[in-house]
Design a protein around this ligand. Sequence first.
Ligand code: CDT
Length: 320
Amino acid sequence: MPSAPSSRVLTVAVAQMGPIARSETRTQAVERLISLMEESHGLGAKFVVFPELALTTFFPRWVIDDEEELDSYFETSMPNNETQPLFERARELGCGFHLGYAELVRDDAGKKTYFNTAILVDDTGAITGKYRKIHLPGTAKTVAGAPHQHLEKRYFEVGDLGFPVFQSQGGVMGMCICNDRRWPETWRMLGLQGAELVALGYNTPHVNPFATAEPVFLGMFHNHLSMQAGAYQNGTWVVASAKAGVEEGVHHMGGSCIIAPTGEIVALCHTEGDEVAVAQCDLSMGDYIKQNIFNFEAHRRIEHYGLITSQTGMKRPDGV
Ligand code: CDT
């Protein structure tokens, strides 16, 4: 049975965003984030999860050849002039947050590296964790005939930070970003480190531009299925925030939610616009799962899992 509520209850908000237009400035996006944070705080939240690439439109849908234009979608420091008000409001309200954004890193020689990044910020406004997206979907080259492009492999490098967890907001927190949520490896890496809450954002088109024959209703089913399984199989809360609605002509799904370690959705957004949903998350709730059915120490059989890290693609054994 789930454990009784304890003092480790963290009131959490998932803050979904409606579309961000290509013309929208960082300042305008940050104003929206602040009002979502204020609404969340008014509902008792002490931690708010914002979407993937929450400061800009989802620019990987376009070919952008001009380097200056491409760089304009990326942050070179965090916080910066435009995002500082969000950090300050977090400190004033005593409300931590998770934020996804495009990150541009310059090394000492001036070489540029681009990541799809998310950070954890605590209730004092201090950054307590960073994650860089590992599973980059889509293509590096354009796909002829697709209704729109999905060029994450063109614009981002694979994240170089692994799947870390952090002590923040009184719990063990992990992060992943959008497509990462579909891979059981993501969840198990976080689960093996004792994650109690996983925060993530997503930008998911209603119609996968490369699998247009798939019935549209399956998109939301797979979205929730992946995260509910990840939550249950690792005994962790999942707080997942979408950028939803029709953004620059592409319809993105909403369905932002908070999932308990039992795998049950306990809070769900119902619109495709800016919207907040809140839940009281007992960070100890997953303990009984971690200690019983998914007691990794007692039951995992790593001697039989070798293919998971030695082989990438599917390969049928000889003779099969
Ligand atoms: N942003 C992101 O990772 N979106 C993907 C959809 C890719 S469709 C080619 C997702 O898995 O939701």
